[in-house]
Design a protein around this ligand. Structure first.
Ligand code: NDP
Length: 342
């Protein structure tokens, strides 16, 4: 297809995820193309603009970003900045007349999420939160099997997300241990995958949350943000989800759903590629054959199609807001030691 069939995306924040995972995947998209870059690092931005054959006039700084409203080549702005900056740039993008795709976590407070939703509503622009698992074939397949009753009645879910955060070795981790930029620790960054998975796998919204946090405060990485946080979500049907989130585990990103007929494992559940699914019951285990898909291209195309056909995204601002509300409840439960009704 030609570029004119596709909607133009401006990427805001040219960090690790933007440059390594998102930008290279536009070439696999049917309805999305890269159209502009917004960055605080002019040299890096110029280099990437040249590499992706974008004109110099399509490179913006954070200061002149608002002038993107005069660029008809940009339909959608994709925010890939540190968490606490998502709100400001979503609101500015909507006010510049652009639709917004924003990374998870949507923001670092419920109030910011509400402002983002309001700004996009006022400007009549779409707002989608980039929950890529909702576009990933193994996760979609798991949801379909669960809804069809293949596991029987769902009793429980467990999900663990952890990795060692390395702020002194990895530039992308430096802001993750600064509360003002990250909003919180492992929960905001990766525990959110467990939280979101518990919701889309159960197909329910939690009613009560309990949590415990444990972080070594003498470790400089955890002076401002949490390391380990374990939380339990109780759903209306009685399903309990037990989740763990950590910035010091060796890497893990898995989930398991326990039904009264069978269990289903996704390990990893939320990787960039190479997912696996296992289903087990009294008879033994099986690994269904599922084809890996390009979750990034599927997500970008979905955003573009929502704009093209005036549809509500599968993961709108309201979905991001829900998780941020639950995250705040998890922090409150951990702090008070009491169950929090949500
Ligand atoms: P990086 O630090 O690699 O990228 C963030 C970029 O934001 C920087 O490169 C920089 O770009 C810009 N920036 C502007 N102000 C600051 C600041 N004060 N400190 C640091 N960076 C700043 O982080 P990631 O790419 O890992 O994460 C960015 C966002 O993407 C986060 O919200 C994260 O949660 C999300 N993410 C989502 C993933 C997913 O799978 N969905 C995976 C990884 C991250 P520039 O130099 O161009 O200004």
């Amino acid at each position: 297809s030609t570029t004119s069939d596709k909607l133009g995306f401006a990427i805001v924040g040219l960090g690790k995820f933007a440059t390594e995972q998102i930008m290279p995947n536009f070439k696999a998209c049917k309805h999305a193309r890269l159209a502009a870059l917004v960055s605080g690092s002019p040299d890096k931005a110029q280099k990437l603009a040249a590499q992706y054959e974008l004109p110099e006039t399509s490179v913006y700084s954070y200061d002149n970003f608002d002038s993107i409203k005069d660029n008809p080549d940009v339909d959608i702005v994709y925010i890939i900045l540190p968490n606490s900056m998502h709100a400001e740039f979503t609101i500015r993008a909507a006010q510049a007349g652009k639709h917004v795709l924003c990374e998870k976590p949507m923001a670092t407070s419920v109030e910011d999420c509400e402002k983002m939703i309001a700004a996009c509503q006022q400007a009549d622009r779409k707002l989608m939160i980039a929950y890529r698992a909702h576009f990933e074939p193994f996760n979609l397949d798991a949801m379909a099997r669960i809804r069809k009753g293949e596991l029987g009645k769902i009793k429980a879910i467990t999900s663990d997300h952890g990795r060692p955060v390395k702020p002194t070795e990895d530039q992308a981790d430096a802001w993750r241990v600064v509360k003002k930029l990250a909003g919180g620790g492992s929960l905001m960054d990766i525990g959110i995958y467990a939280l979101n998975a518990a919701r889309y796998l159960s197909g329910e919204e939690p009613v009560e949350i309990t949590a415990q946090e444990f972080s070594d405060k003498s470790d400089p990485r955890f002076a401002e943000v949490e390391d380990n946080i374990h939380f339990t979500l109780r759903f209306p049907s009685g399903v309990l989800a037990s989740c763990t989130s950590s910035y010091s585990y060796s890497e893990v990103k898995r989930g398991r759903v326990f039904g009264d007929k069978a269990w289903l494992d996704l390990d990893p559940l939320s990787d960039y590629k190479k997912h696996t699914m296992k289903i087990g019951d009294d008879e033994g285990n099986q690994e269904p054959e599922i084809e890996e898909g390009n979750q990034f291209a599927a997500e970008l195309d979905h955003m573009a199609e929502c704009v093209l056909h005036n549809k509500t995204p599968k993961t709108p601002g309201e979905e991001g807001l829900k998780d941020v509300r639950y995250i705040m409840a998890i922090y409150e439960a951990a702090k008070t030691g009491k169950a929090v009704k949500v």
